[in-house]
Design a protein around this ligand. Structure first.
Ligand code: GUN
Length: 288
């Protein structure tokens, strides 16, 4: 039987832990506080930011969504972030991506202060990941961290595994390649221009798709020895407007050892990681 790597039970377990940690912080006079900056009304971003706020509140943390007009001018946008950086009551801040075209040239990773960068996009946080040095003092990008948690919680070994990642984004593919390499996996980072992608995916132990193309991965990418693990990071909409992953679940599931579903797989793990990072940022303020 193929193992379905659902995140529902893991989310329940970690939520309990996060609630306890949050209560401890509240008892010590710290109310973990996240600011989410949302520019415009990208439908997916509206859903994700609402889920982030709901989860923060569920564990007892505070979260504001700063919803800004699509046409906001650059200086006003930068001023809002600068004020958040100075606000000592705020522990974490994320700028929901994608940004509208007129802001997308900004060096987004440098806008939020390193110590509030719970997305893990700041150059100093990325350098800690890159150098595998003092990772515990820095923030790790949420989706890569969530994928590792999902694998670890399911007792899936990472060390010595061959992994193919499809997608080279700054949010998932590149930091994930680094994180898994630090954990002693052997990683091949593939992307939309990779030649003979199937030759690579058929040879590895773990396939992770984060390319954002609905149902790209079908059984022709799989080895058919039923010994592979497939992790689907995709959050796409199919031709009927339904949420779907990068993996054609129905065509792949019988050929693999384990597979993540969409929804209920990687998506909730990203939010868990964000909450973990927020509490990590808040804990720095406790002097015990
Ligand atoms: N858009 C899609 N995923 C993410 C994420 O992890 N962080 C931010 N800030 N924006 C996103």
């Amino acid at each position: 039987m193929t193992q379905i790597l659902s995140s529902i039970a893991i989310k329940k377990k970690i939520t309990k832990e996060l609630k306890l940690e949050c209560r401890f912080l509240l008892e010590n006079g710290i109310e973990p506080y996240l600011k989410v900056i949302l520019v415009g009304s990208n439908p997916a971003s509206l859903v994700y930011t609402a889920s982030k706020k709901k989860f923060c509140e569920k564990i007892g943390a505070k979260c504001d969504i700063i919803a800004l007009n699509e046409q906001i001018d650059q200086n006003t946008f930068l001023d809002i972030i600068a004020k958040i950086n100075l606000d000592t009551n705020v522990h974490g801040c994320i700028i929901q991506l994608p940004l509208p075209k007129h802001l997308s040239h900004l060096d987004i990773g440098k806008l939020v202060n390193e110590d509030k960068d719970v997305d893990g996009f700041h150059p100093n946080n990325l350098y800690a990941l890159f150098s595998n040095h003092e990772m515990e003092k820095h923030f790790t990008s949420c989706t890569p961290k969530g994928i590792v948690t999902l694998l670890v919680e399911n007792n899936i070994e990472i060390a010595n595994k061959r992994v193919a990642i499809i997608g080279r984004s700054m949010i998932v593919g590149k930091p994930l390649a680094c994180l898994l390499t630090n954990l002693n996996a052997t990683v091949t980072l593939c992307h939309s221009k990779t030649l003979n992608l199937r030759e690579i995916t058929k040879e590895v132990d773990i396939i992770i798709s984060a390319v954002g193309i609905a149902h790209l991965i079908d059984e022709t990418f799989i080895s058919h020895k039923k010994n592979q693990i497939v992790v689907d990071v995709g959050m796409n909409t199919d031709t009927q407007g339904q949420l779907c992953g990068d993996v054609n679940f129905e065509r792949v599931k019988d050929h693999v050892l384990a597979i993540t579903p969409v929804p209920g797989g990687v998506g909730p793990m990203t939010i868990i990681s964000l909450a973990q990072n927020l509490l990590q940022a808040s804990k720095k303020k406790v002097s015990l």
